[in-house]
Write a protein that binds this ligand. Sequence first.
Ligand code: CP
Ligand code: NVA
Length: 314
Amino acid sequence: MVTSTRFKGRDFLTLMDFSREEINYILDVSAVFKRKLMAGEPHEYLKGKTVAMIFEKPSTRTRFSFQAAVAHLGAQSFYAMRQQLQLARGEPVKDTARVIDRFCDALVIRTFGQEIVEEYAEYMVHPVINALTDLTHPCQGLADLLTIREKKGGLEGLKIVYTGDIWNVAHTLMIASSIYGLNLYLARPKGYDPDGKVMKFVEEKSEETGAQIVLTSDLEEAVIDADIVYANTWHSMGGPEMEKEKRLRDFAPFQINREVMAKAKRDAIFMHCLPGYRGEEMTDDVIEGPQSVVFDQAENRMHTEKAILALFVS
Ligand code: CP
Ligand code: NVA
């Protein structure tokens, strides 16, 4: 089943590095792992392997989904927050990377700048997997695509409306939408704009695929006939947290509530990468309501991460 060698030893740093065919393949392998788990079939493809995990920001889903995935694959994971490591006392990334490379078959890292994961990748032979940076959250992106595929029967011709911080998750949805030719409306207050490098990639890719990526500050209009309504926090971890009060004011008109959901298609789904803040980016009745798929989406983190590990780790 996991026979493709095209991914072995590669890094998983951003979806910008992968073609639509490659992402489809990873999603197919994820679906196989999901079925295997449901059927109770053992799938210890990485017996005897070791995976280091360095997290410089908090995590619930990413940490536990990776640790569960590693365990189901028959491997072992070693988790540490930055403050437990010599990194916190000034050991350089390039030394940390080369040391971990001698013990472990992969590194899963959550950090701030994308250039930090790139530096680990430069100094490690084994694969580096981006578990969230300020710029991108590609593991989340894969789980989102798998969820959409399951719930909507495919990835063609869909309209997605996203509201929330224009940060890692927004960038990842932009990248994925541009690769798949989807229509993505990002509803946000004026002045909250995407990263220039992501914009450039998305503009070029959209030319090829016919995707429409639209920045708007009119949520009410954007949400009309949406297939997917996707909310995310207004104050991401890292820099944006410092401006929380300002952001709560600026983003207040962008809350997904029952009235906003009613403007989307009748069979629209509500997605959220979580953690979610009820009363801010969405109301409790929306996240708890019948259109919400947020926990299926969270579960898919584990299935997609299993596929990444099995395909990339050699
Ligand atoms: N969605 C997500 O990455 O959640 P955590 O921050 O809990 O890992
Ligand atoms: N944009 C959020 C996503 C958390 C999973 C953050 O970076 O905090």
